[in-house]
Design a protein around this ligand. Structure first.
Ligand code: MRU
Length: 339
């Protein structure tokens, strides 16, 4: 495979490397990810994270393993192991379904390579289209609020919700971005703050619990988030804390937009209740860890509930901003995502 570089993925001499998203922003550290156990470990640890990126990294690794001589049966097993690495973001399953079709072809080595590269190029184009469509909804002088990380780190392109915000900022329409730190793993505080800083977009970091009072004070004009899975009725699974923002937005009359590519759609999933929600380790809630070290503040045996995602019902969403354009609540109740 040719040399390849996105914000978070790199291929050199047929080896895959990932940008360690747990080490950012203190350290920019590239780690090898050239075997299935290694990539699965990176995905579990959220060194590789974000719905589109998880799917793209798994697809790229399969293509590289094929090029490096792995046989068809072993690749088929690798594909299923990668598919099971995280349960909620459907981009992984959607991407791997396409890789599975490529694996069934006679010249599966070339087919897997072509498909993985196509997925990367498509993701860049999907992000650009989302940004174009979403930026039309941003009014001049906007103070936007975002949650988790939906930028270039989480995709092969400019990102989803963060891509919208970045383009709207280039168009001179964004005054400030409120960045939820996004407990427990701090994707907002560590990654979104870093990306917005790199892009020169003005932002202020807040703890998740500060969003309500900002809305009450009239300091938030719209909320933009990404998605890990969009069910057929328009319900959206996204990072834990998204649902509370949507409830708050409804109460305060603030538009709540979800930005996602078509790879995040799951027409086979009837509604949010059917979306599998990943439960994660207690240590993520009882303390914090990163390249700065690790600390635990809760009692040693504290009992913990730690779902990585929640579901926002379609009734709380003002618009689904896809690469194909803005989908309205009326379209969604008319069965738009069931097609
Ligand atoms: O657990 P993470 O960090 O992978 O969760 C990421 C999110 O919830 C994002 O909002 C979502 O994947 C969209 S990324 C473009």
């Amino acid at each position: 495979m040719q040399t390849l570089q996105t914000t978070s993925l790199r291929v050199i001499d047929n080896q895959l490397f990932i940008l360690d998203q747990q080490a950012l922003p203190q350290e920019k550290r590239w780690l090898p990810a050239d075997s299935v156990p290694l990539l699965v470990e990176h995905i579990h640890a959220l060194r590789v994270r974000g719905a589109p990126l998880i799917g793209l990294s798994a697809s790229l690794l399969l293509a590289l393993l094929a090029e490096n001589g792995e046989d068809r049966d072993t690749l088929a097993r690798s594909l299923e192991t990668l598919r099971a690495s995280r349960p909620t973001a459907v981009n992984l399953m959607n991407n791997l379904d396409r890789m599975k079709l490529a694996l069934a072809q006679e010249d599966y080595v070339s087919a897997l390579l072509a498909e993985a590269l196509r997925l990367i190029e498509e993701d860049k184009a999907l992000c650009d289209s989302i940004a174009q469509a979403g930026s039309t909804l941003v009014k001049p002088g906007s103070r936007l609020l975002t949650h988790c990380n939906t930028g270039g780190l989480a995709t092969a392109g400019v990102g989803t919700a963060l891509g919208v915000i970045a383009l709207a900022h280039q168009q001179g329409k964004v005054t400030n971005v409120w960045v939820d730190e996004t407990r427990p793993l701090l994707q907002g505080g560590r990654l979104t703050a870093w990306e917005l800083g790199e892009l020169g977009v003005p932002y202020q970091l807040i703890t998740d619990s500060m969003a309500a009072s900002l809305m009450a004070k009239g300091q938030v004009d719209a909320i933009w988030v990404g998605a890990d899975r969009i069910a057929a009725n328009g319900d959206v699974a996204n990072k834990i804390g998204t649902y509370s923002l949507a409830v708050l937005a409804k109460f305060h009359g603030i538009p709540f937009y979800v930005a996602a590519p078509q790879t995040t759609l799951d027409p086979n999933c009837p509604n949010g209740e059917a979306i599998p929600i990943e439960q994660r380790a207690a240590a993520e809630v009882t303390g914090v860890a990163g390249s700065f070290g690790a600390v635990q503040w809760a009692p040693e045996n504290a009992q913990v509930y730690n779902p990585a995602f929640d579901v926002t019902p379609a009734s709380l969403i003002s618009g689904w901003v896809l690469d194909s354009g803005v989908v309205t609540p009326e379209q969604v109740s008319g069965g738009y995502f069931r097609r």
